[in-house]
Design a protein. Structure first.
Ligand code: PGA
Length: 263
C-alpha cells in the first residue's frame, strides 16, 4: 500500500536550540531562500518547532513570508485548560496563542524527560480535543532492533494512542518514525529499512482507521541533504522530522526541496 499521493511534511525540530539572535537569523535566511525559490505549499508542508519561549516571535517573523510555515510546539502539558499548574502550557493555551501544531512522544521526552505512555496519551487526548494537529513520534531503541522487536515496539506505540484518539481525530495526526539509534548519531536507517517500517506502520494504521491510508508518515534520524533524495524516493516516506540539519537554513531548505521535487 503506497502513500505516494500524500503531500509531504518537512519539519525542523530545533530542540533546546538556538540562542535568540541565531533563531532570528535562521528564520530570516529560510524566508530568503523561500523567497528566491519558493517551494509550493501543495508540494510540501514546511514547519519549524522552536523552544516554547520563541513560538510567538518565530510565528510573527514568518508572518510576511512568501509561503505558510507551520510553527510547531515541541511539547505541551498533560493537564488541560488553565489553572494552578506552575510551569505548564496546556493545549488550550497553545491554541489561544494561535499555535496549531505540537510534537508528542519524541524519544527524548520518552527516554530523558519521563513521558510514559500514560502521560503521552493525556497529551494526545488534550491536544486533539483543543484542535491541534499532533506530530506523534514513535521509534525503537538499538537494543529493541537487535532483539528483533523494532516493528512490535513502534506498532505498540501506535496502539497506545488508539485508546484515546476518536475516529474522526485521526485526520489531525501526522506520524514520525524516528529510530532512536539514528537520532543525532549521523546513522540513518537505510532507505530500504525505513521504507519497510513505514509500510508496516501504514498497514497497522490502516487496520485502526481508514485515515491510515492517507496519513503522512515522516522519517526522522540524521536526515540531511545528502540522504534526503533517497529517503524521499521511498513510497511510504511522506516527509522528514529534521533535528540537527534544521539549524542550518540551507540544509533544511534542501531537504524540503528534495521532498517537494520527489513526491
Ligand atoms: P536529528 O534529530 O535529525 O538530529 O537526528 C531528529 C529528531 O530528533 O527529531
Amino acid at each position: 500500500m503506497s502513500g505516494a499521493a500524500i503531500t509531504p511534511w518537512v519539519v525542523g525540530n530545533w530542540k533546546m536550540n538556538p540562542l535568540r539572535a541565531d533563531a532570528k537569523q535562521l528564520v530570516e535566511e529560510l524566508k530568503q531562500l523561500l523567497q528566491n525559490q519558493n517551494i509550493e505549499e501543495s508540494k510540501c508542508h514546511i514547519g519549524v518547532a522552536p523552544i516554547a519561549l520563541a513560538l510567538q516571535s518565530v510565528q510573527a517573523q514568518f508572518s510576511d513570508s512568501s509561503r505558510n510555515i507551520c510553527v510547531v510546539a515541541q511539547d505541551l502539558s498533560r493537564i488541560a485548560g488553565t489553572g494552578a499548574y506552575t510551569g505548564e502550557i496546556s493545549a488550550e493555551l497553545l491554541k489561544d496563542s494561535e499555535i496549531d501544531y505540537v510534537l508528542i512522544g519524541h524519544s527524548e521526552r520518552r527516554e530523558v524527560l519521563g513521558d510514559s505512555p500514560a502521560v503521552i496519551n493525556e497529551k494526545v487526548k488534550h491536544a486533539l480535543s483543543a484542535g491541534l494537529t499532533v506530530i506523534y513520534c514513535v521509534g525503537e531503541s538499538l537494543e529493541q532492533r537487535e532483539k528483533g522487536l523494532a516493528e512490535q515496539t513502534v506498532l505498540q506505540q501506535i496502539c497506545d494512542i488508539a485508546a484515546v484518539v476518536k475516529a474522526e481525530q485521526w485526520r489531525q495526526i501526522v506520524i514520525a518514525y524516528e529510530p532512536i539509534w539514528a537520532i543525532g548519531t549521523g546513522k540513518t536507517a537505510s532507505p530500504e529499512d525505513a521504507q519497510a517500517m513505514h509500510a508496516k506502520l501504514r498497514e497497522g494504521l490502516s487496520q485502526i482507521t481508514p485515515a491510515g491510508r492517507s496519513m503522512a508518515i515522516l522519517y526522522g534520524g540524521s536526515v540531511k541533504p545528502e540522504n534526503a533524495v533517497e529517503l524521499a524516493a521511498c513510497p511510504d516516506i511522506n516527509g522528514a522530522l529534521v533535528g540537527g540539519a534544521s539549524l542550518n537554513a540551507e540544509s533544511f531548505y534542501q531537504i524540503a526541496q528534495a521532498f517537494a521535487n520527489t513526491k
